[in-house]
Design a protein around this ligand. Structure first.
Ligand SMILES: [Fe+2]
Ligand SMILES: [Fe+2]
Length: 258
């Protein structure tokens, strides 16, 4: 199976780039499943029904999220009913709306969130252990989006899950890393997929407003950057019988100058 994971999609420029590049990639690489992190899809913070639908219409099958999942409250009932294929991190405390995993095309897709330099979520390592033992008979193909800040925590999770999941893709920093690899026991791994959003920005937001906020330490409402977008994704091929990864590669695209 060929599975594409698209990094955090940032606002309208990000959604536009997904629409521009994904249909061609689906065809070119004969993709079986496409996942995208949509936590920044609506104006850079959160996701709405219409922005989710836009991603789905462009060819995304499953949308993962992260710390910004609650920013647009209209999505909450949809997370509960799973009327839309959107998941939120698994290791949120009991009582949080929504679901941390879903089965799609015989693939178990899981969303985890990290705790280093983030909030005090439940333990992502133990949450994953429980889920894997609960669903061990469902499928061999398991893909995880680990939404986390610290490279150490992501590398550690890669080692922890190596051989037990097909792929572990990091998201959240919006900066893609160069370490795509197959770990020793057969798991595809990358510390961060990157983002789909404006190239001329600070991780997707308008550079001037981010700099103003750093220099003055004043709270500042950030806006999504403008101009052409970069498209960061990772493609992995997985053996659907064994669940082992066969290969992994980065897929990079960039919009033309206007
Ligand atoms: Fe993000
Ligand atoms: Fe995030």
């Amino acid at each position: 199976m060929r599975i594409l994971m698209i990094g955090d999609v940032i606002g309208k420029p990000g959604r536009r780039a997904v629409q521009e590049f994904l249909p061609g990639l689906r065809h070119e690489y004969r993709l079986d499943l496409v996942m995208a992190n949509g936590e920044n899809a609506a104006g850079g913070l959160g996701i709405t029904v219409s922005t989710a639908q836009e991603l789905l219409e462009s060819g995304v099958d499953v949308i993962t999220t992260g710390n910004h999942v609650w920013a647009k409250r209209e999505i909450i009932p949809y997370l509960d009913t799973m009327e839309l294929p959107i998941i939120r991190p698994l290791n949120l405390p009991p009582g949080a709306p929504g679901h941390g995993f879903m089965l799609k095309k015989k693939v178990l897709i899981v969303n985890l969130i990290g705790r280093v330099f983030m909030r005090e979520y439940d333990c992502p390592f133990r949450a994953m252990d429980s889920l894997l033992s609960e669903l061990k008979d469902e499928t061999k193909v398991v893909i995880v989006d680990f939404h986390a800040e610290a490279t150490s925590e992501k590398v550690a999770m890669g080692r922890y899950l190596d051989g037990r999941v097909s792929a572990l893709f990091g998201t959240h920093t919006h900066v893609g890393t160069i370490d795509t690899c197959i770990l020793p026991r057969g798991t595809s791994y990358v510390t961060d997929v990157g983002m789909v959003g404006p190239a001329d920005s600070v991780i997707g937001d308008d550079a001037d407003s981010v700099l103003h906020s750093f220099l003055t330490q004043m709270p500042h409402r950030l806006s999504v950057g403008k101009g052409k977008s970069i498209f960061n994704a990772v493609l992995t091929e997985v053996d659907k019988i064994t669940g082992k990864a066969l290969n992994i590669q980065r897929i990079q695209r960039e919009e033309e100058d206007e």
